[in-house]
Ligand binder design. Structure first.
Ligand code: ACO
Length: 308
């Protein structure tokens, strides 16, 4: 039995913060942000919209897309580093709000690689026939831990949520291979100490190397070659990092997902948000071979190769 995504959904808060808005708040420029990161605007949640609200909206959309009921969900995994509070988990809040009364629920902390960790965890329960439907949500309200005085980080992040229902799909489809990894010695480069602290240079170097390597590894593990890949969805952290992974796979530009200009870096939400937009725009077709690859604080990384 193979695990695959049988429904997807996303939510971004309505309020948009543009580069021009940031120019008025700090010593930065639209030109610098676009050139150095690829970001043009990001969505920011208001004070009364917490992580669980965004997760709920994305989850409702994914459940509807999958054509299942909330009672049919066996497990809820929420990947986030910005939960409403340390406990109860966002996952248990969702369980209650969705009426998913048969679901176990827990949060998962792997920063921007969280959605990859969630998908791979869900896959284990599906392929052992333990559970039928696992809801995986990647959600972040990074704006609440952003240091708005620090131009090095404040321009990078946005808020949002993406969700998927992981269930059984026919043989040969769904998740074909994966890679997860961690290097705790790099934890000092990206962490929360009240506000988010980052050594951009170090994270950049790590990400360029790891994103390329992991993408290649999952293709090989799936018994495929670079030419078989139809579409790449890299974590939307920085266009220059994304481009490095695309070049490593020797893919033409139209075969890489690019939503960073609209949303900034939404951490664990970036890959599922991109997936939903790409599907809506017809960029992904049945039977396409997709590669998802992400990295984040921890340091952590994860990649998945799947046949859609
Ligand atoms: N506006 C204008 N100038 C700026 C800004 C800004 N917003 N930010 C930094 N600068 C300046 C710096 O002060 C520096 O000036 P100086 O040369 O006079 O000292 C200059 O721009 C270059 O800064 P660097 O930090 O050296 O530039 P770099 O090429 O490293 O790019 C960036 C910075 C975009 C942050 C890059 O390092 C990067 O993308 N790193 C990875 C970030 C990332 O992906 N984080 C993932 C987080 S995932 C998670 O788990 C939450």
């Amino acid at each position: 039995m193979n695990a695959g995504l049988i429904g997807v959904g996303k939510f971004v808060p309505p309020h948009i913060l543009t580069n021009e808005d940031l120019e008025k708040r700090m010593d930065t420029s639209d030109e610098w942000i676009r050139t150095m990161t690829g970001i043009e605007e990001r969505h920011i949640a208001d004070d009364d919209m917490d992580t669980s609200h965004m997760a709920y909206q994305a989850a409702v959309n994914a459940i509807e897309d999958a054509g299942i009921t909330a009672e049919e969900i066996d497990l809820i995994l929420v990947a986030t580093v910005t939960p409403d509070r340390p406990f109860p988990s966002v996952a248990t809040m969702l369980q209650e709000q969705l009426g998913a009364k048969n679901a176990a629920a827990m949060d998962l902390s792997a920063a921007c690689a969280g959605f990859m960790y969630g998908l791979v965890t869900a896959k284990q329960f599906i392929e052992t026939n333990t559970y039928q439907n696992v809801l995986v949500v990647g959600v972040e309200k990074l704006s609440k831990i952003t240091d708005w005085e620090d131009r090095n980080t404040a321009v990078l992040f946005g808020d949002g949520a993406g969700a998927a229902i992981v269930g059984a799909v026919s043989e040969g489809r769904g998740i074909l291979s994966f890679e997860l990894g961690a290097d705790g010695s790099g934890g000092k480069h990206l962490y929360q100490d009240d506000k988010l602290v980052m050594n951009g240079r170090e994270v950049f170097k790590f990400a360029v190397r790891q994103m390329g390597e992991s993408a290649v590894n999952v293709i090989e593990k799936a018994g495929l070659s670079k030419e078989d890949v139809d579409y790449l969805i890299p974590h939307q952290a920085n266009i220059r990092i994304m481009e490095a992974s695309r070049e490593r796979l020797e893919l033409p530009i139209e075969k890489m997902s690019k939503t960073i200009q609209k949303y900034g870096n939404t951490s664990a939400a970036s890959i599922p948000i991109s997936l939903v937009d790409d599907l809506a725009e017809g960029k992904i077709k049945d039977d396409d071979v997709l590669v998802f690859v992400g990295f984040g604080g921890g340091l952590t990384w994860g990649a998945v190769c799947m046949r859609w």
